[in-house]
Design a protein around this ligand. Structure first.
Ligand SMILES: [Zn+2]
Length: 284
């Protein structure tokens, strides 16, 4: 077993968020009608935590579109929202293609009890690989965005990337990975392998971490800061670029077993035990 058990549990639920989200009504966090007022603070871990003082990513902004607005997951720590806005401006200036964002967090973070178990502390964001250049000029309505499907960058057997993965996608991954405040980026293992083959010497690919699913989007996670007193980062990324035997594990029979377990947990979410400050965050 190459990946630690704790690490696996911590990251559980990060598989592609495209599954049904019928269980969502089971979480009181879905019913909050706005952010908890106060100094912004990420509390706990991505899979058992909450968020005070969230900012909302506007549905439209320079160089980006927020997708799936109806899910109500457009909130994040203000640091995350600023980062998404900043990178969108950089990218649209560089190559003319807007960036499409999927889920951030609920207004007060917390468990959604659907689709993915992380995104609870306002430090996680899903970023679509698809970057339609023509969307820059023609305004795409929220309704149209609801109907638009994301495009996979991985071939059917998950053995390699397909032709939807090119420079525009690599530049976007790089823009995030090179930001100091980004802790890690979770991608499908085939994406990690493609980067290992193409540019193993690039220091930024260390932050690009292989995971299950994530063939239509990648998952950006920011680091906690000293202002987030109870926020916990994940396990330290091991030294090196990650293009070693630990990457081969993802194609093993053991990995397929873990993948099935992971999908089961995703479909049968369990309410996590949250840190005590989250009770106040929910009540406010
Ligand atoms: Zn995600």
């Amino acid at each position: 077993m190459i990946i630690g058990k704790w690490n696996l549990a911590w990251a559980m639920g990060l598989v592609s968020a495209s599954v049904a989200w019928a269980g969502q009504s089971a979480s009181p966090w879905v019913l909050t009608n706005g952010p908890a007022i106060g100094v912004p603070e990420s509390i706990g871990t991505p899979s058992a935590g909450c968020l005070r003082g969230a900012a909302k990513l506007a549905e439209n902004g320079t160089g980006y579109y927020l997708m799936r607005v109806s899910r109500g997951r457009s909130y994040g720590h203000p640091r995350l929202v600023l980062l998404l806005q900043g990178i969108s401006k950089e990218m649209v200036t560089a190559d003319g293609a807007p960036v499409l964002f999927g889920d951030l967090s609920l207004p007060r973070g917390g468990p959604t009890m659907s689709a993915h178990s992380s995104h609870q502390t306002g430090l996680d964001a899903d970023v679509w690989y698809m970057r339609p250049k023509h969307w820059r000029v023609s305004k795409i309505s929220i309704a149209e965005r609801e109907k638009t499907s994301s495009v996979s960058v991985v071939n059917k057997k998950k053995l390699a990337v397909n032709r939807n993965f090119g420079d525009k996608q690599i530049n976007l991954l790089r823009a995030f990975a090179e930001k100091q405040e980004v802790d890690r980026i979770l991608v499908n293992f085939a994406v990690k392998r493609a980067l290992c083959k193409k540019m193993p010497e690039q220091p930024w690919i260390r932050k690009i971490r292989p995971w299950f699913g994530h063939d239509h989007h990648f998952h950006v996670r920011l680091k906690c800061t000293d202002q987030d007193a109870t926020c916990k980062n994940g396990e330290e990324i091991p030294p090196g670029n990650g293009c070693d035997a630990s990457l081969d594990w993802w194609w093993s029979a053991e990995a397929r077993l873990e993948e099935r377990k992971n999908l089961f947990k995703q479909d049968n979410p369990v309410m996590p035990i949250l840190p005590s400050p989250c009770a106040d965050v929910l009540k406010m």
